[in-house]
Design a protein around this ligand. Sequence first.
Ligand SMILES: NC(=O)C1=CN([C@@H]2O[C@H](COP(=O)(O)OP(=O)(O)OC[C@H]3O[C@@H](n4cnc5c(N)ncnc54)[C@H](O)[C@@H]3O)[C@@H](O)[C@H]2O)C=CC1
Ligand SMILES: O=C(O)CCC(=O)C(=O)O
Ligand SMILES: [Mg+2]
Length: 387
Amino acid sequence: MLARNLRAAPAARQCLRQLSRPTFAQQQFQCKGYATAEGDKVAKFKGQKGSDGKYTVTLIEGDGIGPEIAQSVKDIYSAANVPIKWEPVDVTPTLKDGKTVIPDEAIDSVTRNYVALKGPLATPVGKGHVSLNLTLRRTFNLFANVRPCKSIAGYKTPYDNVNTVLIRENTEGEYSGIEHVVVDGVVQSIKLITREASERVLRFAFQYAQDVGKPKVRVVHKATIMKMSDGLFLNLARDIAKEYPNVEFDAEMLDNTCLKMVTDPIPYNDKVLVMPNLYGDILSDLCAGLIGGLGLTPSGNIGDECSIFEAVHGSAPDIAGKGLANPTALLLSSIMMLQHMGLTQNASSIEQAIFKTLAEGKALTGDLGGKAKTHEYADAIISNLKA
Ligand SMILES: NC(=O)C1=CN([C@@H]2O[C@H](COP(=O)(O)OP(=O)(O)OC[C@H]3O[C@@H](n4cnc5c(N)ncnc54)[C@H](O)[C@@H]3O)[C@@H](O)[C@H]2O)C=CC1
Ligand SMILES: O=C(O)CCC(=O)C(=O)O
Ligand SMILES: [Mg+2]
């Protein structure tokens, strides 16, 4: 298990212990700990302002385009006088006793601040260290990955008014990383689905649906093929649905969801989709494609103690270091973070400036058909903040 590979700080170890022995009450409590993209609900964020009146937020700038887009966030936050100070940390892994280890300073920082904004972290293909993204999610027991996707006013795509939300199980499934060679030429990879993690994310999804006024939960699965693993997830969803009589429940198979989403995503606007890890990973990129690409979609990795906000996209090595990256996805992730922290005024003023800049269309980055560099787009947002 990845978690066992970590030399976790005491509080993180406590998170891991909670993961292995959650009580029903804890699970209920965890359901309240989330952020929305709508700004109407505030999670139980435990951080406190310092004597300077500011919250400290851990900042993991990440790889590839990470530092460029993080710079845009920092510049805009500074211009908007957001009452937070950044605590940058390095998550470059080291090998200790043959295991991938994230520096203690990084773990301690997130544990202390309860919240982090994270740029993309690259994962080597095949050999090399395990995904640090997954490692962070597991270390802090960030059990639900909330991935909203909304059309951008003024940016024309084949579909108007897309407004989907995917909730991805974030700690196990196909991402368990349990693989081995059976014999030469035969490799086995284990998809781990547990009652505990499934119930936790399913309850979260139902609670979320209720709270944000999307009155339907749809579980996305492939229980025809993975009868036991997806079957367990689906059956638990059916059980938990009974606890939420005000929320409609149904189920759909992943391949059918893909077809229907790209044919007409609008029927998904009144639903919250919840699913095992890999399906959420893939479907969230698909959704991003519906509204203009990966430069636009945010996410929140939500746990009962700490939460980490990040874009859906990766490190984009093809455009890194060229000033071409669109920082909107990380910015909108930071808006989710501000809502989570209760800083709703700051969230909405920055959000409005972002959407105004996008709607004006004068300073768009290349992915949206514009010519603006990352910092020029950020400057345009700052001008709109002040307007
Ligand atoms: N949560 C995370 O930190 C994630 C990390 N990754 C890692 O990122 C690395 C690269 O993965 P890829 O498959 O190339 O996916 P990617 O998401 O980095 O890039 C896919 C395509 O989208 C474009 N793109 C992504 N973000 C953009 C932005 N903000 N502005 C403009 N264009 C953008 C890229 O230029 C590229 O053409 C891998 O090492 C992967 O493991 C991938 C996904 C998520
Ligand atoms: O950790 C990785 O390399 C990829 C993660 C990913 O694709 C995601 O979080 O959407
Ligand atoms: Mg992904």
